[in-house]
Design a protein around this ligand. Structure first.
Ligand code: AMP
Ligand code: MN
Ligand code: MN
Ligand code: MN
Length: 275
């Protein structure tokens, strides 16, 4: 099994790196990438626990990015975690903290007191994500489930949606490449883009030097996976695959248990042994 997309307690996942390694062993994941949002802090500990296993660890990250007016997620793989990325990650983290404070203030205006502090408490760090705020809204009885929290409060255009000055697509691809990495568009069907826009995105991304598309991401049915695989073929992009596992509660697909890539696309890991 290969899993190139999952989260730990260093972003909005519930497992520690040690627990992730245990899961990876349990589900026979042989190639693993931890792709926390805008941080690679989990890697020090992850490396320690992965050392005595047969799992190959691929340095990864999931970066929040702006393309035109859209907020996207770009995955970086095979990164050096060098000074290039230190600055980028620290800027992204500043944006995350500022955004989280503003989300907190917006939620206070609708009666959720100390929303930022509560989200940070759930997160265990100051870079609270919208998933943590969704959990606050659930705990406070403002919504009955997490999806409603996004639909009613945290999603684009809603009262607690705050846009952030994320890195732009051009710069992120160039930074990832400078750090020796490969850039991949995460879950391309989750941004509400029209098919025309999605094609424009992939074309732009390819021209900038992007390497691939996440064809299988979390819970997925065959039709969208086939559609994305066809886009890989059309635009000559590599295909990536990951569970996007956050926790047993938040994720339907277990670590490494996402469906297989359609046969007509080339996996991004096809030549990793040579790297
Ligand atoms: P953020 O990165 O802070 O914008 O938070 C986005 C995270 O919230 C995603 O990575 C998911 O973990 C989680 N999430 C869960 N449901 C949704 C949804 N409907 N829309 C956006 N994010 C969601
Ligand atoms: Mn997340
Ligand atoms: Mn994502
Ligand atoms: Mn993710």
């Amino acid at each position: 099994m290969i899993d190139l997309h999952c989260h730990s307690i260093f972003s909005d996942g519930a497992l520690t790196p040690e627990e992730l390694v245990k899961r990876a062993l349990q589900y026979q994941v042989k190639i693993l990438s931890l792709t926390d949002h805008d941080t690679y802090e989990g890697y020090d500990s992850l490396k320690k626990y992965i050392k005595n296993t047969d799992i190959t660890l691929i340095h990864g990250i999931e970066l929040s990015v702006l393309w035109r007016k859209h907020e996207l997620h770009i995955l970086g793989y095979q990164l050096l975690f060098d000074e290039n990325l230190v600055e980028l990650v620290s800027l992204q983290n500043e944006s995350r903290v500022l955004r989280a404070k503003t989300i907190g203030a917006r939620l206070e205006s609708i009666g959720v007191m100390d929303a930022y502090e509560k989200a940070c408490l759930i997160a265990g760090h100051k870079r609270a994500s919208r998933l943590h705020f969704a959990k606050v809204l659930l705990a406070e009885g403002k919504v009955g489930d997490l999806q409603s929290a996004f639909r009613r409060f945290l999603g684009r255009g809603k009262i607690a949606y705050v846009s952030s000055p994320w890195i732009n697509l051009t710069d992120v691809v160039s930074k990832i490449k400078q750090s020796g990495g490969q850039a991949v568009i995460a879950h391309p069907l989750k941004y509400g883009l029209t098919r025309t826009k999605l094609h424009e995105l992939i074309k732009d991304f390819k021209e900038l030097g992007g390497a691939g598309i996440e064809v299988v991401s979390g819970e997925m049915s065959i039709a969208p996976a086939n559609e994305l695989a066809a886009l890989c073929v059309k635009f000559d992009m590599l295909a990536s695959s990951g569970s996007d596992f956050h926790s047993d509660k938040d994720s339907r697909v277990k670590l490494g248990c996402q469906m297989s890539l359609p046969a007509n696309c080339t996996p991004i890991w096809h030549n990793w042994a040579q790297r």
